[in-house]
Design a protein around this ligand. Structure first.
Ligand SMILES: [Zn+2]
Length: 273
């Protein structure tokens, strides 16, 4: 589906990239220095990395020759990434916010049906957590279906929108949420994983929210290094570039098993401990 929202989003992202480039020049943001460039795959520790495409201007990608994961290398420092998400990525005016919310709501309904079709059960009166909620449309679709919902989103604009406009509790700090020891029936991680600096650390946090029957919904862009369309998806905020094989490897090394997956890389998984 090519919607005007989608085109608008891409334009907005381009604008952000230029803004980011200026900030990189002034050292407000910085990549890990060349000596910090990884020569070992962060997932499988293999040291055979190949640069998959030269001259992608600022953003360089490496592909592990063993597990085939593709990632930004060098990556922005963790500190810079956090600054980027807190200050630039989701900084929008009110009509943009509302459009993003409505887009999320449509996607949320789709995700709800996707999960229901697997479970052959209605998703109602469940405890649900979304990680990386943006303007909260997805999680609000679950709330509207009589679920108990919680959101985790680090952006302060989104935080205010989620709490004030949607009446949903949002946690800016994940440690605060962890400290409350809540467990969820469903965890939604949509278009978030590709932005995460330390995936191992991220999944170990996810585990803290799981009981033995928790189902995790994950959606990431499907990256094909040979396709022009995929190459366009290379952007500063995307640290990881997955395909059906590599997402399975990432999940498996973090003790998650795929229950259902499609070629858009929308999947359900659960912990195997
Ligand atoms: Zn690897």
């Amino acid at each position: 589906m090519i919607s005007s929202t989608k085109v608008f989003l891409l334009k907005y992202l381009q604008y952000n990239v230029f803004k980011l480039l200026r900030k990189l020049k002034s050292n407000y943001y910085f990549f890990l220095s060349k000596k910090d460039k990884t020569f070992k795959c962060k997932i499988c520790k293999n040291n055979q990395l190949k640069t998959i495409k030269k001259n992608l201007s600022l953003i360089k990608l490496s592909e592990c020759q063993n597990c085939k994961i593709i990632f930004q290398n060098p990556m922005l420092s963790n500190q810079s990434i956090t600054k980027f998400y807190k200050k630039i990525y989701r900084n929008k005016n009110s009509s943009e916010k509302f459009n993003l919310y409505k887009r999320g709501l449509r996607r949320g309904k789709y995700i709800l049906e996707y999960i229901e079709s697997y479970k052959s059960d209605l998703i109602s009166e469940k405890n649900i957590l979304e990680i990386g909620s943006g303007y909260g449309g997805i999680i609000d679709a679950f709330k509207k279906n009589n679920n108990f919902v919680i959101s985790h989103e680090i952006d302060s604009n989104c935080h205010l929108f989620i709490e004030n406009n949607l009446g949903i509790k949002n946690y800016i700090e994940i440690d605060k949420l962890i400290s409350e020891n809540k467990k969820f029936d469903i965890i939604i991680i949509s278009h978030t994983l590709e932005h995460i600096y330390d995936l191992r650390d991220f999944f170990s946090n996810i585990l803290k929210f799981c009981h033995k029957n928790t189902i995790v919904y994950i959606e990431v862009p499907n990256f094909n290094k040979l396709s022009k369309k995929s190459l366009k998806s290379i952007q500063i905020g995307h640290l990881w570039y997955f395909n059906n094989e590599t997402i399975e490897i990432i999940l498996s090394v973090n003790n998650f098993k795929i229950l259902k997956i499609n070629n858009k890389i929308q999947l359900l998984c659960k912990n195997i401990n």
